[in-house]
Write a protein that binds this ligand. Structure first.
Ligand SMILES: [Fe+2]
Length: 336
């Protein structure tokens, strides 16, 4: 398949009544969404988990205090804290509300943070609890993500103007040769598999979208978009977040691009949560994890959700925005 798209980058300052233009995003547009009111609430939880795991060190200077192996151990601890944080579901529901989406129709992914060392320190990173690097272009669908997935990415700490994730919108309706054949089978059978990567001549960055983003901004793009991270030349540890959403009304719509180059046989990504904070297998409707506890709030008893580590979700299944295949095409340590 080789079709041009009319994809555009939209700069949008969030205002009351905003509604995410899901169809436009899934057609290939990219939204640089400025100052989402509820986003700082999510970022605060991510920062809190990181700071507690890194002994309060300035997160942008983690590379100056910890070698990569120690950083990875602590990043794993931080993610463990985050998946145990009962405040996350409410914070995410507030973001979903800011996006003007009906929470009854939305499944959301537990947010994750990525730490990426400066290139001078090796340029390696960790996404959630898995090694990660930089550069490789991919579609999340190559990892078995749903075709109508909406992605959100942005900085937790100050981001250099040229350090935003690259969106190769020219390829939104173009077949990109890749090695996703059999990925789902091996992932299901063995749990670990080499990450799908581009085969052949690679892709051109011409026309790629990479808007500068400030803390409090989020870039929204289709998970189907071909995208890759930038090399970290800032001299600081890059600290970023990402999460994904699904809206039930988008599935199967004509504005969702057809699969042209995922060569697995099915959807395998399982990291979805419903409006109550319960982990759900969206293909079967099965609730795979829910735990509730009563806590006092304002003098009355309210139910809150206490999440344990997702049981059927492996970080290795999450297609990270900073993950990575080395330039020679060989797999990096692990794909997030
Ligand atoms: Fe991705």
């Amino acid at each position: 398949m080789d079709e041009e798209t009319e994809a555009q980058l939209h700069e949008v300052l969030h205002t009351p009544g905003f509604e995410l233009p899901r169809a436009a995003v899934l057609r290939g547009d990219v939204i640089a969404l400025r100052q989402l009111p509820a986003l700082p609430g999510v970022l605060a939880l991510l920062e809190d988990a990181l700071e507690r795991s890194f002994d309060g060190v300035n997160l942008e200077q983690i590379h100056a205090h910890f070698d990569f192996d120690e950083m990875k151990i602590r990043a794993e601890r931080a993610y463990d804290r985050l998946v145990d944080d009962s405040r996350v579901p409410a914070a995410m529901q507030a973001v979903i509300g800011d996006l003007g989406l009906d929470p009854r129709k939305v499944l959301w992914e537990w947010p994750g943070m990525c730490l990426l060392y400066p290139v001078e320190q090796g340029g390696r990173g960790v996404y959630r609890a898995a090694n990660s690097g930089a550069l490789a272009a991919h579609r999340d669908t190559w990892y078995g993500s749903p075709q109508h997935q909406l992605n959100f990415w942005g900085p937790i700490k100050c981001l250099d103007p040229d350090a935003t994730l690259r969106i190769y919108s020219h390829y939104h309706r173009k077949t990109v040769p890749n090695s996703s054949h059999g990925y789902d089978t091996w992932q299901n059978l063995a749990g670990v598999v080499l990450p799908p990567s581009i085969t052949g001549d690679g892709v051109s960055p011409e026309g790629a979208f990479a808007p500068p983003l400030k803390v409090g901004d989020a870039m929204s793009f289709a998970g189907y978009q071909l995208h890759a991270s930038a090399v970290n030349r800032s001299g600081r540890t890059r600290v970023s977040f990402e999460f994904r959403l699904l809206h039930a009304d988008d599935e199967g719509q004509s504005y969702v691009p057809p699969n042209t180059d995922y060569y697995g046989i099915g959807e395998i990504y399982r990291g979805w949560y419903d409006r109550n904070g319960a982990q759900v297998n969206r293909l079967t409707g099965e609730i795979t994890h829910r735990e509730t506890a009563s806590v006092p709030s304002g003098g009355s008893q309210v139910k809150t959700v206490v999440m344990a580590a997702p049981t059927s979700f492996s970080p290795a299944q999450a297609p990270s925005e900073s993950a990575c295949v080395r330039a020679d095409g060989a797999a990096a340590d692990i794909m997030a």
